[in-house]
Write a protein that binds this ligand. Structure first.
Ligand SMILES: Nc1ncnc2c1ncn2[C@@H]1O[C@H](COP(=O)(O)OP(=O)(O)O)[C@@H](O)[C@H]1O
Ligand SMILES: [Mg+2]
Length: 402
């Protein structure tokens, strides 16, 4: 523990303050040591993340740490590890966090690697979608994670459910992980770092790159670039095209490969511009995969709406918003802008959703209403849809197929 705060000192301080009992070491990383603690007053276990002393000596560390801690405390999402407290005492800088009892994704990937297995595409999608939710929340509050990697993803078992928790938001910002500092004693893993992270400052699109690398690894069992030499690794991230994910996993649907390759583009401008866009594509790819896996045992067609001139809009999930463009930032799943020259369809016109294997349509208070087989639907009422029903939304006539 030469790099970390002396444990005796830490225990003594925390005990003296009668706040936290240190029970165990949970792990040591490139920036911190994490202890299992017990908060007597609230009778709960906590994780104490103590920043390595050598990092706290950098000029403006304290100011940056205080600022970052405040931002992190604002995050409140089921897939984000909560920050409970912040402790600053002499050269001790510590974040007290929710303790998540469970394996990290690193342990899971290592176990799979040792048995020569990879996780299923469904499992990888479930994890990636949970991370998208966490990142969407953080990005909307201008917090960039900067260190998405398997050891920062912890799986918590609750009854029969598995909850994914992302930790260490913004912590990497405290350490300047540029190519210069990387070569002078950096001990973390740059395998998931975006090209721009090696050389300068980043925005939320850097997290999109790292999530893309993680999705690559989860679906193929390989990271796109690997080298023990940091300079070589840096050059690979900046210059090399990674092997196509399907060369490692021939069963990976092309839609997934496309998502991974778009997320891991070298230039942030060529990637998804927001995590929401990535999430939407991933949900679509997953939905198609679910349908095609059902198709192997029974004949299933993808439900769709078709215009009289033959344009087909396939459903991408169990609940579809039909409208035009965006309404309050939310894009219509089926966007009729191009087939509705007179703009007679409302931005948020109707919702079609599946319940107990039946489809229903609901008018969302549209201007021109919803007409099914010639009969107008009451506003807000829902009606079951059957194969070949004709739906009129404003001037647009659509046939429903399922
Ligand atoms: N909130 C937490 N609850 C439980 N375990 C944690 C928590 N945060 C971190 N850990 C464990 O502590 C280890 C060290 O964490 P950290 O210092 O962030 O380094 P790294 O993420 O690079 O492994 C992690 O790998 C994880 O196993
Ligand atoms: Mg960590």
């Amino acid at each position: 523990m030469s790099n970390s705060i002396d444990k005796g000192e830490l225990v003594a301080y925390l005990e003296r303050e009668k706040k936290y009992e240190i029970q165990d070491i949970l792990g040591e990383g490139g920036m911190s040591t994490v202890y299992l603690g017990y908060q007597k007053a609230l009778d709960r276990k906590v994780a104490l993340k103590v920043i390595l002393e050598k990092l706290t000596r950098e000029g403006d560390f304290v100011a940056r740490f205080q600022k970052e801690a405040k931002l992190l405390a604002q995050l409140d999402h089921p897939n984000i590890v909560k920050i409970y407290d912040y402790i600053e005492h002499e050269n001790l800088y510590c974040l007290v966090m929710e303790y998540v009892e469970g394996d990290t994704l690193l342990e899971i990937l290592e176990r799979l690697h040792n048995t020569g297995e990879i996780m299923t595409i469904f499992e990888a999608s479930y994890i990636a979608l949970a991370l998208c939710g966490a990142l969407e929340h953080a990005h909307s509050r201008h917090v960039v994670h900067r260190d998405i990697k398997p050891s920062n993803i912890i799986f918590k078992r609750k009854d029969s459910a598995l909850i994914i928790k992302l930790t260490d938001f913004g912590i990497a910002k405290l350490v300047r992980t540029t190519i210069h500092t990387l070569t002078s004693g950096f001990t973390g893993t740059p395998l998931y770092m975006s090209p721009e992270q090696f050389t300068g400052d980043v925005d939320s699109r850097s997290d999109i790159y790292s999530l893309g690398v993680l999705l690559y690894e989860m679906t193929t069992g390989h990271v796109p670039f690997r080298s023990d030499d940091l300079i070589v690794l840096y050059h690979k991230h900046v210059n090399e095209t990674p092997p196509s994910p399907r060369t490692y996993n021939a069963n990976l649907p092309i839609s997934y490969e496309d998502i991974i390759l778009k997320a891991t583009q070298k230039s942030p401008a060529d990637r998804y511009q927001s995590i929401g866009e990535l999430k939407q594509d991933l949900e679509r790819a997953l939905y198609k995969l679910q349908l095609s896996s059902k198709q192997k045992t029974s004949v299933v067609t993808i439900p769709s709406l078709q215009t009289q001139t033959g344009e087909k809009f396939e459903f991408t999930s169990e609940s579809i918003l039909v409208g035009r463009g965006k309404f309050q930032g939310v894009k219509a799943d089926i966007d009729l802008t191009d087939v509705d020259a007179e703009a007679t369809v409302s931005r948020r016109h109707a919702r079609i959703f599946r319940q107990d294997d039946c489809f229903y349509i609901q008018d969302l208070g549209s201007l021109n209403g919803v007409i099914i087989n010639g009969v107008e639907l009451e506003p807000d009422a829902r009606q079951q849809l059957n194969h070949n029903d004709v739906i009129e939304l404003g001037d647009v006539k659509l046939t429903f197929t399922c």
